[in-house]
Design a protein. Sequence first.
Length: 333
Amino acid sequence: MDLILRPRRLRRAEAIRQMVRENKVSPEDFIYPLFIHEKDYKEEISAMPGIFRWNIDGLIEEVLRAWELGIRCIVLFPKIDDDLKTEDGAECFNEAGLIPKTIIKLKQEIPEMAIMTDVALDPYSCDGHDGLVDENGIILNDETIDLLKKQALTQARAGADFIGPSDMMDGRVSAIRNSLDHEGFTDIGIISYTAKYASAYYGPFRTALDSAPRKNNKKLIPDNKSTYQMDPANSKEAVIEAALDQYEGADVLMVKPGLAYLDIINKLSSFSNKPIAAYNVSGEYSMIKAASMQGWIDEKDVVLETLLSFKRAGAKLILTYHACEAARWLKEK
Ligand code: PBG
């Protein structure tokens, strides 16, 4: 055939493919989410094989392992005991609470590891919502923000490097930025859950923390988060959220979930010059685990391809439960 253009020339050998490869995943791209609880043992999460609720000693070992593998940032999620959960989630700003205690300990043991936190009421609220719920089942925006500011400050005082507002209340990024600056924490960054969708992919996470919306005899509790998390049908709205977060002082813009929202990652990466993060959420992790445990897919290849897809879409950072395994596989390569 008389062909001038033969794209296959650049696919001919691995050396050539490497030369023209546009994207690469590395362990420094990962932010490793870790669940913690008040117990003295580690406990596997049934819907997330290979992922645990850690006790403090186990956590320190796991974070050291992650560091050795090249991971440079973790994010902590607490499973709070039921008797500490209240309607206002006040435990979230208890200076002696699980999160501040754990940050202090980690910073003593492994100060170089960057620590990101999550800001939202759900793990601490007996209603299981990210914000305050009134008698009529309305999630109260501005009243919630007062609590989130306290939560963020408590985390900052304990030594967090990045605050991660995941609550989707309007105006929370600027409120948190102002509170941090006011106390002198001008160097602590905000990795904002910018485009966080009301997604069914968070199911396993909510079992891990026992943080799903729950019934309350005294008032109506919405059984979903659709009045604050975004509608999965919308994409332009993500640009509005990104513009706001950027203007309000976010340092990194996150899209969550990741895999079903690659178009949004791509859109925000064209829109903004801030680093974009993708959250490869619990349900995405569990689907790959389940299929690979059945022997239906090759876990390593599927995980690495999935992580690469976030980079190709335009993300720099990836929050992923696969972080340690993936880092190990990348080392072997
Ligand atoms: C809390 C929060 C959630 C996740 C991260 N922070 C759950 C939710 O919004 O209901 C989900 C993470 C995952 O599924 O891996 N606001």
